[in-house]
Design a protein around this ligand. Structure first.
Ligand code: PGA
Length: 248
């Protein structure tokens, strides 16, 4: 049985004051969660959030990581640096980075490798645009994004990743994939993992992301291949984030 994971993706939101309020609100209402919980925060706030989360069940994550280990890469943040601040997770290949920062599936794979090498769990984001879905290309596009990462990993490391299926047309739009639509893509991703190796298919958690909120979380999370959520907007409100955690 895969333990579910609910991870917040704060994106470029927050401030020292707002982060403290949000994290205290989450920790106050959390109790002993039945799933794994994480928040992926903006890099400047890693130290602050590390100390706010110390001793709590909520893991810390970053929203990106460099594919390089160290050196002349101005502005980049290495996996070892994230580890220094207590990170357990790093999102890689979010669609906003693919779209606005020209990230390719090959680059995303290299970031996943760098994260794993340092001992971080990459949350590898994949997903199709509305045009791609309407053209009937969802499985081709998402399958190729998954395959690019799996091709870069040995069997052992393939078991250590998390995948987040985030249809681009559902992110921040209020439009959610129906549970059946999401399940279909998650099952396709699971089959790609199976083709790599059976252990990866059994152990890798595949999260759904894209306007997941308290009122649709339970039905999405009830699907057999949906192992949690990557939560954007609803992760910025403690009550909403907690309601999703409770649904998992
Ligand atoms: P959303 O974002 O929940 O605001 O749609 C999800 C994501 O982009 O990770």
């Amino acid at each position: 049985m895969r333990r579910k994971l609910v991870a917040g993706n704060w994106k470029m939101n927050g401030s020292i004051a707002a982060n403290a309020t949000l994290i205290r609100g989450v920790l106050d209402g959390l109790g002993a969660p039945a799933c794994d919980v994480a928040v992926c925060v903006p890099a400047p706030y890693l130290a602050q959030c590390q100390s706010l989360l110390a001793g709590s069940p909520v893991a810390l994550g970053a929203q990106d990581v460099s594919m390089h280990e160290s050196g002349a890469y101005t502005g980049e943040i290495s996996a070892a640096m994230l580890l220094d601040f207590g990170c357990r997770f790093a999102i890689v290949g979010h669609s906003e980075r693919r779209a606005y920062h020209g990230e390719t599936s090959e680059g995303v794979a290299r970031k996943a490798v760098a994260a794993l090498k340092a001992g971080l769990t990459p949350i590898v984001c994949v997903g199709e645009t509305l045009a791609e879905r309407e053209a009937g290309r969802t499985n081709d596009v998402v399958g190729a994004q998954v395959d690019a990462v799996l091709a870069a990993l040995d069997s052992d490391n393939a078991c250590k990743i998390v995948i987040a299926y985030e249809p681009v047309w559902a992110i921040g739009t209020g439009k959610t994939a129906t549970p059946a639509m999401a399940q279909e893509v998650h099952a396709m991703i699971r089959a790609r993992l199976q083709a790599k190796n059976a252990d990866a298919a059994a152990t890798v958690r595949i999260l759904y992301g894209g306007s997941m909120k308290p009122d649709n979380a339970a039905e999405l999370l009830a699907m057999p291949d949906i192992d949690g959520g990557l939560i954007g907007g609803a992760a910025l409100k403690a009550a909403d984030f907690l309601a999703i955690v409770r649904a998992a």
